[in-house]
Design a protein around this ligand. Structure first.
Ligand code: KMT
Ligand code: NI
Length: 193
């Protein structure tokens, strides 16, 4: 599992910095699982995933572990994005918009093929937990969880985005308490606690 920690309380001045509490307050694997997050450690070194092949068809999967995940979970779409100042037009604005707190009406699945970045998720007490995701990490965020993404100070991540059915990446920015996906998440993971 990736390293995770509770973020410093004051709203972060620089989103790309670690923004840890002092002393550091780690978030455990159990903490992350209790929010509905799943994780797989993948072999990102032995297979080629060209960014040009967009969308990449999960039927083309060669990696047996990725094939098994695809079949178990029914992933039928994938694309690959590189987020780096020289590769992504409008890099600064895009990284700012990924960092707006939002939900989706579907699971968010990310397989990190190279580089690293931060996914921040809200815990049951509405505190930010920062998850430092790196090459070889495949993580899913459940439908309806409040979250945001930013590059770290290395300014580079290459990720495969997987989806069941036709991809819809629409972010619904907070507040979204009446959204069915949010209600479902609250009922399953927050009221449950
Ligand atoms: C997201 O969900 O914010 C993104 O798609 C960002 C890139 S995936 C590492
Ligand atoms: Ni998102």
């Amino acid at each position: 599992w990736p390293e995770a920690w509770f973020m410093a309380e004051d709203e972060c001045e620089d989103q790309k910095k670690e923004n840890r509490q002092d002393p550091n307050k780690p978030a455990t694997v159990a903490d992350l699982k209790s929010l509905g997050i799943s994780y797989w450690k993948m072999d990102a070194d032995s297979y080629e995933y060209p960014v040009k092949a967009v969308p990449w068809d999960p039927k083309d999967a060669v990696d047996p572990q990725l094939k098994a995940l695809r079949d178990d979970r029914g992933y039928s779409y994938a694309d690959i994005i590189s987020i780096r100042p020289d590769l992504l037009p409008g890099y600064d604005d895009k990284v700012k918009s990924f960092f707006e707190e939002h939900i989706h009406d579907a699971e968010e699945i990310r397989y990190i093929l190279d580089g690293s970045g931060y996914f921040d998720v809200r815990d049951k007490e509405d505190k930010w937990v920062r998850i430092w995701i790196k090459k070889g990490d495949l993580m899913t965020l459940p439908e309806g969880i409040y979250h945001r993404f930013t590059c770290d100070e290395d300014d580079y991540i290459k990720a495969m985005r997987l989806f069941i059915g036709q991809p819809v990446w629409t972010p619904f920015n907070r507040p979204m308490e009446d959204h069915p996906s949010r209600k479902k998440y609250v009922a399953s993971y927050i009221e449950e606690k």
